[in-house]
Ligand binder design. Structure first.
Ligand code: TYD
Ligand code: MG
Length: 463
C-alpha cells in the first residue's frame, strides 16, 4: 500500500518499534517481534478497543446499584459431564455452560482426541458443533470411527475463516462449540497470517463475544510454542475462563492434564489418562501407574507422596550424579523446579559436607509428573545422596518432608492422607517430619513411621 510503513510489534507485550530487534526492550522476550503494517496495527488496536467495548458494554451500562457484600448470592453453575471423569474433576465438576475453556499442549499430545471423545458424551444431551481447521473430513471420520463417536446432535465443519464459523454457529445453534485450533482461524479483513498474534486475538475475541452473548460453551485448542507457553498472545489466557494444560511426554502413553487457571473451580486438581488404541482412557490410580516398572535395588531412587488437589499421589524421584572433569558441572531437572535442585545441592554440600561441585547432577520425576510441592524435597535429596554415594535405599521406603536451608525437615500438610496412600501401595517404612508426628499421633497398620528433625538422621537408611 502506498505510503504504508512496516513496524514491529512484540507478540508478548505489544511494544512497538520501527526496527526489528532480537530482544524486546520492554518485556525482555527473545524473538518476539512480528512485522505489521503500521496503519493495520493502528486499525487493529482501534478495532480491539471497540470490540472490547462491545464485549463489556453490557456490564458497564446496566445501571446496577451497589449492594452490600453480605447480600451477594452464591451462583449455581449449570454443568455438563464430559464423560471423562478426570477432565470433569480438573474443570471443577464438569463443563460450565456458557464458559470458555482453552485446552493447550504440544502437538500430538491428544487434544483433538480428547475433544472428540468429549463431544460424543456432550452430544447425547446437547448440540455440539466441532470446527476443525487442521484435519480433513476423511481424517476426522477415521478418528470418529476409532473412538466410536456418533450421534445426530454432532455437527462438523472444516473451516478456518471466522466469518463462516460465526455463520455456521448461527445456523446450527450449538450448545457447545469446539474450535480446533485457534491458531488456524483467521479473519480475512486483517492483513496478517493465520497464527499471528493479531489473528489469534481477533478470532478468540469474536468467539468469546459470541459465547458470552448467546450462552454457548466454547472449547478452544491452543498450541504451545518452544518455551512451553501458549503460542500467540498471553492475553488469550486472560480472555478465557479456564486454561487446561496437557503435561507429560508425547513418547509415553500417559497424559496428565492440569488447570492453570479456572474461574469455576480449583487449579490444584490433575487428571491422568492413558493413550490407548481407542483413545484416552482414565487412570483411576495414578500412583500405581507412576510406580509401575520401578527399578529394585538400584541407587538414586526414592519414592515420595505429594498432594495434588484432593488426592495423594505417590511418585518416584530418580537422580543420577556422575563425576565430571569440567569446571562447571551440569545440572538438569525434569519435573522439579531447577532452582529447587540447586538449593537442595547447596544444602547437602553445606550441611552434610557432600561434594556435588565436581559432579553432574540430573533429577527426574518418573511418568511426566511435575512436583511443585516442597514436600518432595526430602525424597529428592535422598535420591541425590543415594546416587552420589552409590548406596541403595530400601524399596519399601517413602520420604516426605520439606527441607529447610539449615538441613531441617519441616512439617507438611495432610500427613495422614499421605501415609494412608503409601500404606495402600505397600510401602512399610515412611520417613516423616518430626513436627507432624508431634502434632498428631498416627497409627497405620503394617507401617513403621520414622519421624526426623533433620536430613542428617535419614543417612542411617542407606544400605
Ligand atoms: P491428537 O489427538 O491428534 O493430538 P493433538 O490434537 O494434541 O495434536 O493425537 C495424538 C496422538 O495419539 C496421535 O499421534 C495418534 C495417537 N492416538 C492413539 O494412540 N489412539 C487413538 O485412539 C487416537 C485417536 C490417537
Ligand atoms: Mg489436533
Amino acid at each position: 500500500m502506498k505510503g504504508s510503513k512496516s513496524i514491529y510489534v512484540c507478540t508478548e507485550c505489544e511494544y512497538k518499534t520501527t526496527k526489528w530487534m532480537g530482544k524486546c526492550p520492554s518485556c525482555g522476550a527473545w524473538n518476539s517481534m512480528e512485522e505489521q503494517e503500521e496503519y493495520l496495527a493502528e486499525t487493529a488496536a482501534q478495532g480491539k478497543a471497540s470490540a472490547r467495548h462491545a464485549l463489556f458494554s453490557s456490564a458497564v451500562d446496566t445501571g446496577a446499584d451497589a449492594i452490600p457484600f453480605d447480600a451477594l448470592e452464591i451462583p449455581t453453575y449449570m454443568r455438563s459431564e464430559t464423560g471423562l471423569g478426570e477432565l470433569d474433576r480438573v474443570l471443577g465438576g464438569g463443563l460450565v455452560l456458557g464458559s470458555v475453556v482453552l485446552l493447550s499442549g504440544e502437538p500430538g499430545i491428544g487434544k483433538s482426541t480428547m475433544l472428540m471423545q468429549v463431544s460424543a458424551t456432550l452430544g447425547k444431551t446437547r448440540r455440539v458443533l466441532y470446527i476443525s481447521g487442521e484435519e480433513s473430513q476423511g481424517q476426522l471420520k477415521l478418528r470418529a470411527r476409532r473412538l466410536e463417536v456418533q450421534g445426530s446432535n454432532l455437527y462438523l465443519c472444516i473451516e478456518t475463516n471466522i466469518r463462516n464459523i460465526l455463520r455456521q454457529t448461527d445456523k446450527v445453534k450449538p450448545d457447545v462449540l469446539i474450535v480446533d485450533s485457534i491458531q488456524t482461524i483467521y479473519n480475512d479483513e486483517i492483513n496478517s497470517a493465520p497464527g499471528s498474534v493479531t489473528q489469534v486475538k481477533e478470532a478468540a475475541m469474536a468467539l468469546i463475544h459470541k459465547a458470552k452473548n448467546e450462552g454457548i460453551s466454547v472449547l478452544l485448542v491452543g498450541h504451545v510454542n518452544k518455551e512451553g507457553g501458549i503460542a500467540g498472545p498471553k492475553v488469550l489466557e486472560h480472555m478465557v475462563d479456564a486454561v487446561i494444560y496437557f503435561e507429560g511426554e508425547r513418547q509415553q502413553s500417559y497424559r496428565i492434564i492440569r488447570a492453570i487457571k479456572n474461574r469455576y473451580g480449583s487449579t490444584n486438581e490433575i487428571g491422568v489418562f492413558e493413550m490407548t488404541d481407542t483413545g484416552l482412557s482414565e487412570v483411576e490410580n495414578p500412583s500405581e501407574m507412576l510406580l509401575s516398572g520401578r527399578p529394585q535395588g538400584v541407587s538414586g531412587n526414592c519414592a515420595v507422596c505429594v498432594i495434588e488437589g484432593s488426592r495423594p499421589i505417590v511418585a518416584e524421584i530418580q537422580a543420577l550424579v556422575t563425576q565430571t572433569p569440567f569446571p562447571s558441572p551440569r545440572r538438569s531437572s525434569t519435573g522439579i523446579d531447577y532452582n529447587r535442585l540447586q538449593m537442595l545441592l547447596a544444602v547437602l554440600e553445606k550441611r552434610l559436607a557432600l561434594r556435588f561441585s565436581t559432579n553432574d547432577a540430573y533429577l527426574n520425576v518418573i511418568g511426566g509428573l511435575r512436583l511443585e510441592e516442597p514436600a518432595a524435597d526430602l525424597a529428592a535429596a535422598l535420591a541425590l545422596i543415594s546416587s552420589l554415594k552409590d548406596r541403595v535405599l530400601p524399596d519399601d521406603l517413602v520420604a516426605i518432608g520439606e527441607l529447610g536451608l539449615a538441613g531441617e525437615v519441616r512439617a507438611v500438610s495432610c500427613i495422614e492422607q499421605r501415609v494412608r496412600e503409601c500404606a495402600r501401595l505397600g510401602f512399610t517404612r515412611i520417613v516423616i517430619p518430626k513436627k507432624n508426628a508431634e502434632a498428631k499421633s498416627l497409627h497405620v497398620e503394617g507401617v513403621e513411621l520414622f519421624p526426623v528433625v533433620s536430613i542428617y538422621e535419614t543417612l542411617s537408611f542407606f544400605a
